[in-house]
Design a protein. Structure first.
Length: 121
């Protein structure tokens, strides 16, 4: 059976094929990573957290209406549930504040050390 004969240029191409594939993969990765830039991500996260905080404030305002408060005062189980709900909403607001101040905008010292300098661990 006859073996297929490759010319010198074909041989060179076959030898360089893994390098070409690697370069294409790295180029594609760089292009895709560049499109997912940090400032766009940060601004979208800030927008989402701002809307979430606004919604939580509206919920808290609704929950403090007089009619609802009178209904809650009549049942001990509802009092406990309402207290837990309000504590949870406050914790979510605090968590959002931490995300926007500490995680989204770390100080140079925090970024350098990879941890919060104020934490005493």
């Amino acid at each position: 059976m006859n073996k297929p004969k490759f010319s010198n240029s074909t041989r060179k191409l076959l030898i360089q094929l893994p390098l070409i594939i690697l370069m294409l993969a790295l180029t594609l990765q760089i292009l895709l990573t560049g499109c997912a830039s940090s400032p766009h991500r940060d601004s979208s996260i800030h927008a989402i957290l701002a809307k979430e905080n606004e919604l939580i404030e509206k919920i808290k305002a609704e929950r403090s209406e007089e009619n609802l408060q009178r209904a809650i005062e009549q049942n001990e189980l509802l009092k406990k549930a309402e207290a837990h709900l309000l504590m949870s909403l406050d914790e979510i607001l605090n968590a959002n504040k931490v995300v926007t101040t500490k995680i989204m905008n770390p100080t140079k010292q925090e970024a350098k050390n990879g941890k919060d300098e104020g934490a005493n661990d």
